[in-house]
Design a protein around this ligand. Sequence first.
Ligand code: IVH
Length: 664
Amino acid sequence: MNEIEARIVQLNKLLKTYGHAYYVLDQPMVADGVYDQLMQELIALEADNPSLIFPDSPTQRVGGEVLSRFTKVTHDTPMLSLSNAFNEQDLREFDRKVREQVGTVSYVCELKIDGLAISLKYKDGLFVQGATRGDGTTGELITENLRTIHAIPLRLKDELTLEVRGEAYMPKVSFERLNAQRKANEEELFANPRNAAAGSLRQLDPKIAAKRHLSTFIYAIGGDGESYGIASHSAMLSYLGEQGLPLNPEYRKCQTIEEVIAFVTQWTASRNDLAYEIDGIVIKVDRYDQQEELGYTAKSPRWAIAYKFPAEEVTTTLLAIDLTVGRTGVVTPTAILAPVQVAGTTVQRASLHNEDLIKEKDIRIGDRVIIRKAGDIIPQVVDVIVAERPADSVPYEMPKNCPVCESELVRIEDEVALRCVNPKCFAQIAESIKHFVSRNAMNIDSLGERAVEQLLTAGLIHDVADLYELNKEDVMALERFGEKSADKLLAAVEASKTNSLERLLVGLGIRHIGEKAAQILAANFETMDSLMQATEEQLVTIFEIGDKMAESLVAYFANEGAREVIEHLRAVGVNMVYTGRPLAKESEQDGIFANKTIVLTGKLTQLTRSEAKAKIEELGGTVTGSVSKKTDIVVAGEDAGSKLTKAEQLGIEVWTEQKLLEQL
Ligand code: IVH
């Protein structure tokens, strides 16, 4: 090893130690300046010696290439959620059921971190893959974004291949700082640290995530813990901690439900002292064999429960009522409040729902009001302290006219909402274009809300199709747009032309047609034309398309304005064909593995695991990672270990790889 190489190795080591002390142990070893200086030195040395950039070098956290879309990934074992307890009684009931089934138990109580669940995979000790929970079965690969989180080690102490699960979150200070910055830039604020964390990890450009100061706590191993020769959750936590993974230090082993309740009570009182938000306490049966005996319901383990903190309430003054007009013309009142701390964050706005609520509670500007905030929910105004009402206060009157276009508001029968029914209302058009470009619709993410408003105000666009007629000069004339950002925007607009049909259907904002319905419609009709020609009778024959949806679709396509927009979109080259996954073939419903749960274990020699999995799924089966009573077949390859033993104990059908191949 030459001198430079030795220094690079040394810097890697030092920065890793200091980083671990700072980000994981929360006990800095050196001043920030020292760390930065060493980092700069390493960056410079690596620039001159690119072959010496190790995959786990601390410089590899700054955020790599920009992605065009996130890749979906199926979790090896589903990422489940927990059932909830809301009071002491629920906890005692949980404890009773557990003891009834397994006898004496110990529990591990952990803080329930209010972030988003993630899965991290390490191969031979190196961090290779990170994913979101998604719907529990399928998540999105966000490896590059997670790599920017300093608390996540890029290399474990040992050369292990494993999956761990945990919570990515945004510390309260980072959240407050981010929102202050966004406010200064007139950008939309994040409602809470959890949304901010989720929004950051959903960025296609990892450099953005890198700037968001996220952190992580790991709370479990993915898959079967016992296959690591470890017998309990608490022992697994120690093991994961020794490997350098960030654990929340506040967990406690409890022998009785009284101790659990004491832990819950203590944290209910002191949760706001933490540097991050928690929304409850998770209680887990410690021993893995007891966990297995308790098993799972369809959605959650029976060996754990999440105690949810009650919503917090505070009082503050209602300064004003802000009215916004949505995409469908609904006018929504929002309370503007004197800033107040609730559940650890500052709240300045709260939902008032609709006119009925304001009337029913006689909410008036200037009132002292009670605000409630529960976990992820937007704060609500729940009541008024009438005794503290100023003498000169007057009842609040909703306006008669649209706050944006001034046309008369109407109240549609059977609806509580007031609506602006002017289809040319600026707010409605702006909101419908924002919806069209949004992530789950056409996904034109470089077009922000302000830019949409500016384009409309400048008369450069009138409807969504006009977006495709923009040129570079148009865009560069907007505030905050330079040549580079204009190019980027136009490229994103262009790229959206090839989206599959369901995205366009979502983007059009047809009432009652959300993402799921759009997907079903697109897969069934395949082209916009055949969908447009469908009658209500034809539509309702499709499973999951109800009367309301069918009626709304037919009415939408009968509307001349809507048809004009669609024809305009077609003329500018927007794809109107479904290019997603074809509908499930009959084989999936009637295949030989239909409704069967299969576990693959040991080394397969003729197929890779993912090939085997794909084939089984094609034939209707589900592949899971751990053996339980619900498993139908275990396919055991070479050197199969504990899973095979378990299958034999449970009397589950065991196949060789050869048998699997024959059946396929
Ligand atoms: S255990 C099989 N432990 O809460 C159960 N979850 O519904 C795996 N969460 O989405 C979850 N802190 O993201 C567990 N210490 C903790 C947690 C925790 C936060 C989240 C998790 C999950 C939800 C449970």
